[in-house]
Write a new protein. Structure first.
Length: 196
């Protein structure tokens, strides 16, 4: 199993005291998770770690949930998804059609997302400082069964002025391995993806 691809698409550390699950906290988190399915024009800077070491850095560009582009810094691999067609490239200029997704891949993904949202637990919502700014902070545990069985403890920092996520940290246990993923969000006015 390619854990790096799983973590990259299963598509983000500070300590806080006094976390509480106020009325509506779980619903707030579920709404934020659901909103990700319709978000447009954003860039993710993703750092993947195992055993305390960073093993992968990537940049991911999303026009929307089913049209995105990823560059893995350590390998130079470029991955492009346009609807149900995947492409790969070693230079970002010359593309090869690599895999055709099932016609209902998006529907199945959204169904799994709904199952994951419904089952979140250990929720807490608070505010805390990150880079000298106060953020709304959501913490929760989520579990998945597909594409692999995993459990993740997630912390999400949301800008209270824009209601947009700014950073996410996930500590995921999958097949006995702990994987940490830190994701930083950049929200864009427009986004052009490569053309194969």
């Amino acid at each position: 199993m390619n854990y790096f691809k799983f973590i990259a698409i299963a598509v983000v550390t500070v300590t806080a005291g006094g976390l509480s699950a106020h009325a509506g906290c779980k619903e707030d988190i579920q709404a934020m998770m659901k909103a990700g399915e319709t978000a447009e024009n954003y860039k993710l800077l993703v750092e993947l770690g195992m055993g305390g070491q960073v093993v992968q850095n990537s940049e991911q560009y999303y026009r929307d949930y089913s049209h995105f582009y990823q560059i893995i810094k350590q390998t130079g691999v470029h991955w492009l998804v346009l609807g149900d067609q995947e492409y790969t490239s070693s230079d970002g200029n010359t593309w090869t059609a690599s895999q055709k997704r099932e016609a209902d891949w998006l529907e199945k993904t959204l169904e799994r997302n709904a199952e994951t949202r419904a089952a979140i637990k250990d929720v807490s919502c608070t505010t805390e400082m990150l880079d000298d700014k106060t953020f709304t902070t959501y913490r929760y545990t989520q579990s998945t069964t597909l594409p692999v069985e995993s459990t993740s403890v997630v912390t999400l920092w949301v800008d209270p002025e824009t209601s947009l996520p700014q950073q996410r940290h996930m500590k995921t246990l999958v097949s006995g391995q702990e994987i940490e993923t830190t994701t930083r969000y950049q929200w864009l006015d427009a986004l052009e993806l490569p053309t194969p």
